[in-house]
Design a protein around this ligand. Structure first.
Ligand code: SF4
Ligand code: SF4
Length: 258
């Protein structure tokens, strides 16, 4: 017999977090939907447009596998850590990655407890003109107190640095939000790394003035990596990820095999 959703009942953030961790999340946090609202969020892309009555966002991440560093002269072939993790954890097809599957399970858990919930996929639906998803997973993670946005525009978290793949679920459940994240990993590491992400970015998308050219990155990420070796665009699974690979913030060791 099909499982019927329970009537809306009390649900604590601890229960949600425990469930998410038991299903494979490495870290889970909660944010109120209001804290997700950026002034620039256009109509149709606000949490309430996606889930009317949404009250909270459950944000989580899964760590990427820390593959051997192969950053050498041939780094235009892409970094294995990002190319591999991208497919397993953070790639384009909804439901096809571990992160999306976990979001789906968390949403089901919330629905069975009597709330509405929608998992936000890690890839599509994706605005290919403005290069953005329906909700920024990174900003949801920051709002949920999990980390910060580094100079390389990636989510940086303690212990794993930027080698993490975030996901999130919108829900009508009112859940207690996490405290604000106070660390400043990027700022503290910059003194030693001397903006390694800026000097290493092959497309010069990461600028020293703090701005970021999404389009430059996008073109190189998908098309430029294998160009030197004659791969046609989108015909290979290699991804750049140099900015992830070089960033030492939050990582216990940073060994580059040369
Ligand atoms: S993925 Fe590559 S091109 Fe894009 S910002 Fe990172 S280093 Fe630069
Ligand atoms: S490489 Fe350095 S400047 Fe760039 S994000 Fe990492 S810590 Fe910040």
């Amino acid at each position: 017999m099909a499982k019927k959703p329970q009537k809306s009942s009390k649900l604590t953030e601890k229960e949600v977090k425990r469930f998410a961790l038991s299903q494979g999340a490495d870290v889970v946090g909660i944010a109120s939907v209001e804290s997700l609202l950026e002034a620039s969020l256009p109509e149709g892309r606000r949490p309430w447009d996606i889930l009317p009555g949404a009250k909270s966002v459950v944000s989580f991440y899964m760590m990427g596998i820390d593959t051997p560093r192969l950053l050498r002269d041939d780094w235009f072939l892409g970094t294995p850590e990002h190319s591999i993790n991208f497919v397993l954890l953070g790639s384009g097809w909804p439901g096809a990655t571990q992160v999306d599957l976990l979001g789906y399970k968390i949403a089901r858990f919330l629905i069975h407890r009597g709330f509405k919930a929608i998992p936000i996929p890690s890839g599509h639906p994706y605005d290919k003109i403005n290069l953005r998803g329906i909700i920024s997973q990174k900003h949801a993670a920051v709002a949920a107190g999990l980390g910060e946005i580094g100079f390389n525009q990636l989510l940086l978290v303690p212990k794993f640095g930027c080698n993490v793949y975030p996901g999130s679920v919108l829900t009508t459940a009112v859940l207690k939000a996490n405290p604000k994240y106070e660390k400043r990993l990027c700022e503290e590491t910059r003194k030693d790394c001397n903006f390694l992400c800026v000097s290493s970015c092959p497309s010069k998308a990461i600028k020293k003035d703090g701005s970021f050219d999404k389009k430059e990155c996008h073109v190189f990420l998908y098309e430029g990596v294998g160009k030197r070796f004659g791969y046609p665009p989108h015909q290979h699974m290699l991804r750049c990820g140099v900015c992830m690979n070089v960033c030492p913030a939050g990582k216990p060791t940073k060994k580059i095999i040369a």
